[in-house]
Design a protein around this ligand. Structure first.
Ligand code: VGL
Ligand code: ZN
Length: 257
């Protein structure tokens, strides 16, 4: 901060800018807690992760998340929702609606849920197919009834474009469109993001990868995550560690307050 006039005073506007964007960020972190996709379909509905390879129980994220929400004074709280239109590209029963690329490893007639296909371009687009899930305004898209939703929390909807899937809460999978998350974080001068939810190896993993790439101090609360596939979860964990993310448990956060 410069004393432009040499009179011993610094410009108030300049000081305010430096305080908000620089000094405050160093002396006082601004935290955001992001709860990813704790929705009925992933826990007990059509994309029930308990029936996937890792056979995990999504209900188990609710208790640690509620404990954090009750005791930790996060500066802001976000809930993301997978929020698909009925004709969404990721639904197995919609595979015949769009043309596949000749390079697709499976044909539309043979494709099954959890297979990966390649839709015709340009450019060709790899897509994992899922059972129909989190259709806008359906029960399956609702947040788990026991999850605490705090006052003033911000909901972020993703996967609303019928033609592009969206695993990260920041961006769709083609990086065409940003959700409201980045703007909301910037408006609040957030420095640190605590992330948890479902699915560890899909939407949680993609979200923390983007948070790290943007430059947020990013913390995964691992015991508040459940995933689809154990090997993919292990790969997600390694990627986070290799990109300087932190992996902790909710007790570690609770012990700090
Ligand atoms: C998710 C598969 C499809 C997730 C969303 O929230 O992890 N997984 N859509
Ligand atoms: Zn989805």
């Amino acid at each position: 901060v410069f004393d432009k006039n040499g009179d011993g005073y610094i410009d108030k506007e300049e000081f305010t800018f430096c305080w908000n964007h620089w000094i405050k960020v160093i002396v006082r972190p601004v935290s955001a807690f992001l709860v990813v996709d704790v929705q009925n379909d992933f826990i007990s509905g059509t994309l029930n992760i308990s029936k996937c390879n890792a056979q995990q129980d999504g209900n188990e994220v609710v208790e640690p998340i509620n404990a954090l929400l009750e005791s930790v004074p996060f500066d802001c709280v976000f809930y993301s929702l997978d929020w698909h239109p009925p004709d969404h590209v990721s639904f197995i029963d919609n595979v015949h609606m769009r043309e596949l690329d000749p390079s697709s490893p499976v044909s539309a007639d043979k494709a099954q849920a959890y297979d990966t296909v390649v839709f015709a371009g340009p450019p060709p687009m790899k897509q994992r197919l899922w059972p129909r899930h989190c259709v806008q305004d359906s029960w399956g898209a609702e947040i788990h009834k026991d999850l605490k939703v705090v006052d003033g929390a911000i909901k972020v909807y993703k996967g609303t474009n019928p033609d592009v899937d969206s695993y990260s809460v920041f961006w769709d999978n083609k990086k065409l469109t940003e959700t409201s998350l980045s703007t909301q974080l910037r408006m609040r001068a957030v420095t640190d993001i605590y992330i948890c939810g479902i699915a560890y190896d899909v939407c949680v993993g993609a979200t923390i990868a983007d948070a790290l790439a943007i430059g947020y101090r990013s913390v995964l609360i691992e015991n508040a995550c459940r995933g689809v596939d154990l090997a993919d979860m292990q790969r997600t964990k390694s990627t986070i560690i290799n990109n300087n993310g932190l992996i902790i448990n909710s007790e570690d956060v609770l012990a700090m307050v």
